[in-house]
Design a protein around this ligand. Structure first.
Ligand code: TUI
Length: 316
């Protein structure tokens, strides 16, 4: 199983699964739990000043002897500092999000770092291929947080047709059925955010995890289209007030000011009413808090059963 998988080989991991680089959520403990479970754990630099990022990278090295990565959120004002920390610590893998990773690739590729940009369109995938990315993470709008406009079902096969390098599917992936579906669409790996945010080793506040478990099919909403940065969260007082502000024609600066600090409030303080409870549509599929390793084993272990029932339905 998975002997010829390019994502496993590229990242030197057991299962071709990456943990999403979720700001405020993805620390050394979560990354190490995912890496020790056989996937690629990822520390999110997004919410960290450079000295804290360095500390978290060193902590992850003490918690696992397996590879892990760092996610650099390109909209973040500390992105350039994060690149230098990653270079100094010789982190083997970097994922990027929310922008164009040209400069990151230029700086880190000569050091041997594998660069996997998150992309949400065909044009952007082609651009990062020219820039020298090692693989792409094609993220559909089912995902949580900052998103694009295309669903995974439609985005992933187009990206698989457009580039030669391995494609990792993200957005809407939380169980073995989705792993098989992603591979059917041309992906060779998956990235999972929401289900790992809700795992046992995740630092996310209990109240936030409860909101994910409680979520149903229509629990998430997308706000912020007016700012040019659409974000998917679980609907609450914060999203309703944000929507009202957006509809009243508030200036982008006012909207951004209203959003400042809200993700931290939800993740760390557990303010699930007035905080930003970022989560993907898969929140509806997450039903229990489990260890990261169990999640990984289940997602790949059950894929054989999924495939068997698929063959039965399609061909018998
Ligand atoms: O980055 C994410 N998800 C995130 S970042 C984040 S932190 C945040 N906090 C408050 C407001 C906004 C963000 C929360 N969630 N996912 C990766 C991702 N990247 N999704 C979509 C994209 C993307 C979008 C446009 C990547 C590139 C792009 O265009 C770049 C270009 O140059 O065309």
């Amino acid at each position: 199983m998975l002997q010829n998988n390019r994502v496993r080989k590229l990242l030197d991991i057991e299962y071709p699964i990456l943990q999403g680089g979720m700001a405020w959520v993805a620390d050394a403990e979560l990354a190490a739990a995912v890496s020790n479970g056989g996937g690629l754990g990822v520390i999110a630099a997004g919410s960290m000043p450079p000295d804290l990022l360095e500390q978290e990278i060193r902590k992850a090295k003490s918690l696992t002897d397996r590879p892990f990565g760092v996610n650099i959120m390109l909209l973040s004002p500390t992105a350039e500092d994060a690149v230098e920390v990653v270079a100094g610590e010789r982190v083997p893998v970097v994922t990027t999000g929310a922008g164009s990773p040209g400069k990151v690739i230029e700086r880190l590729k000569p050091l041997g770092t594998k660069i996997l940009p998150v992309i949400a369109s065909v044009a952007h995938a082609k651009r990062v291929a020219r820039q020298g990315a090692d693989a792409v993470i094609a993220e559909g709008m089912e995902a949580g947080g900052h998103i694009g406009e295309i669903t995974s079902m439609v985005l992933v096969p187009q990206i698989a047709d457009a580039v030669e390098m391995p494609v990792i599917a993200a957005g809407g992936i939380a169980d073995a059925r989705a792993v098989v579906a992603a591979f059917a669409l041309g992906a060779e790996g998956v990235q999972v955010g929401t289900r790992f945010a809700c795992c046992q080793e995740s630092r996310v506040h209990e109240a936030y995890k409860r909101e994910i478990i409680r979520a149903r099919d229509r629990s998430t909403v997308v706000t912020g289209r007016a700012t040019g940065h659409p974000v998917r969260c679980i609907q609450n007082k914060f999203t309703k007030e944000f929507e009202a502000l957006e509809q009243s024609g508030a200036a982008v600066t006012e909207l951004e000011k209203f959003g400042t600090g809200k993700l931290r409030a939800a993740v760390i303080d557990g303010d699930v009413e007035w905080g930003s409870v970022m989560a993907g549509q898969t929140a509806a599929l997450v039903q229990v808090v489990e260890p990261a390793q169990k999640i990984i084993r289940e997602m790949f272990g059950q894929s054989t059963e999924v495939l068997r029932s698929l063959e039965k339905n399609l061909f018998e």
